[in-house]
Design a protein around this ligand. Structure first.
Ligand code: DHB
Length: 304
């Protein structure tokens, strides 16, 4: 039994894609829907279609990936219309360039018949001149206060990684004030550089600065999942994202406190058959350890 519950939403297992990967078109989303993944999240979308940044804007190596996509997406109406046609629980990822437009896009969802979970992305690192919202605690607090004056659907937030325990304290105190369903940690580690054998950056936008994913970021992801698990009200569930290549990685995210676990870089490399492989690996670990459900080991990380 690999079932996961977030509020009244039930999922067959903890696996899904991470926003940005294999989720731009309906064809890509259908591919995930027809895989062993229990749900999907759409590419983070905005009010209008966006082309995104110049290419090359994605690069991968043995240890992970770097991207500066620049939020290419087909616009909220495209994803909302598709989601309104589906049964089952799926995640709609949204953001905008300023708080006024974030309210506009959420108003639109509020008035739709969408009945899944909204993932409000507060952590896109790739838009020039637009800081990651969730690194600005005051703006985040005000934004959430304003959202919950009118927003009636189920919403969670996608956060960037934090690197200081004081920042976990501050952010958790803010989030605990609101009826948030989930916190998704982490988005990519923002504004990294990878250099190739010609002494050159590997992506074009922003002089090569981009968001890091994959094996590079697993320790940071696990720390963020566990830090929020220790601090958030128990009715705010954690979604763990970052560095998941194997069943063992999913197991570790759950040990740290994760409910759902998302796969990004590895899904890009291996395509949607990755879900079946990793589920089998997770089942094998649970069998060895005599666990019958995820609840038996979630958050049971041992300390010295
Ligand atoms: C993009 C990257 C992100 O990490 C994110 O959260 C949203 C958008 C992008 O560059 O498209």
């Amino acid at each position: 039994n690999l079932k996961v519950k977030i509020k009244d939403f039930e999922f067959e297992n903890p696996l899904m894609n991470a926003a940005g990967v294999n989720c731009y078109t309906i064809d890509e989303l259908e591919e995930i829907r027809n895989s062993k993944a229990a749900s999907f999240v759409t590419k983070t979308c905005t009010l209008n279609t966006r082309q995104g940044n110049l290419e090359p804007r994605y690069y991968e190596n043995e240890l992970g990936s770097i991207n500066s996509m620049g939020l290419p997406n087909l616009g909220i109406d495209y994803y909302l219309n598709y989601l309104e046609s589906l049964d089952g629980t799926y995640f709609l990822s949204v953001t905008e360039m300023n708080t006024e437009n974030i309210h506009k896009i959420l108003e639109k969802i509020n008035e739709s018949s969408f009945n899944g979970l909204v993932e409000l992305n507060l952590s896109c690192p790739n838009i020039e001149g637009k800081p990651q919202i969730a690194y600005d605690f005051k703006t985040t607090d005000k934004l959430l206060a304003d959202i919950f004056k009118y927003f009636k659907k189920d919403l969670g937030v996608k956060l960037p990684p934090y690197f200081d325990l004081a920042h976990f304290d501050i952010m958790a105190n803010i989030l605990n004030k609101y009826p948030i369903r989930f916190v998704n940690s982490i988005n990519s580690i923002g504004n990294a550089i990878i250099i190739d054998e010609n002494d050159t950056v590997v992506i074009k936008p922003k002089n090569g600065f981009g968001g890091l994913g994959g094996e590079y970021i697993k320790p940071t992801a696990l720390a963020n999942v566990n830090a929020f698990y220790r601090r958030l009200n128990k009715d705010i569930k954690i979604i763990g994202t970052g560095g998941v290549n194997t069943g063992r990685d999913v197991y570790e995210h759950i040990l740290c406190g994760a409910y759902m676990v998302q796969i990004g870089t590895r899904l890009q490399k291996e395509k949607s058959k990755v879900f079946e492989r990793i589920l089998n690996e997770l089942k094998e670990i649970m069998k060895e350890k005599n666990y019958n459900s995820l609840d038996e080991f979630r958050g049971k990380l041992k300390t010295l």
